[in-house]
Design a protein around this ligand. Sequence first.
Ligand code: ZN
Ligand code: ZN
Length: 183
Amino acid sequence: MHVDVKELKGHPGAQRTLSRTVEAPSGLGTVLVGIAEHSDLDLDLRVESVHEGVLLTGTASAEVTGQCGRCLDPIGYPLTVDVMQLYTWTPEANQTDGDDEETREVTAELTLELEPVLRDLLVSALPFQPVCRADCPGLCSQCGFRMEDDPGHAHEQLDPRWAALASLADTLNHDDEDDDASS
Ligand SMILES: [Zn+2]
Ligand SMILES: [Zn+2]
């Protein structure tokens, strides 16, 4: 993902548009959601020669796929991020004015490397806690039942006395197994 900007050097004000669909590189994602490798990444960008470098503006769009963090259902939705990045002609032109805006440089071959910029923008636009919908009820914490299938799903609160018996039965069963193993 390189953009040749040779013809823009020395012509402040010159610009060209860049509309193309490229394959998404690997690693555009978090644990639960991301942009699948080789899926379409639509670029609609403008490259403009300015005094200190090349200004890249526009949008990048892709389809996000993954899993709901609560019910693990598959989810998918389109994502568009705004791109605004200055690539400076020379390192000397880098003026860090306090904010952590990352400055980038035009490569020695007079190209722009798009991938690191797009990667930062797209990955940071992904949700930390993706959900299929805001009020997704998720899964039962005790048995993993999909709460959406029956909102009334609940577990009988086991009577403590029965709980004691149940654990005794467990112990006995366990002893039986030990006996079987030794005989
Ligand atoms: Zn969900
Ligand atoms: Zn349950």
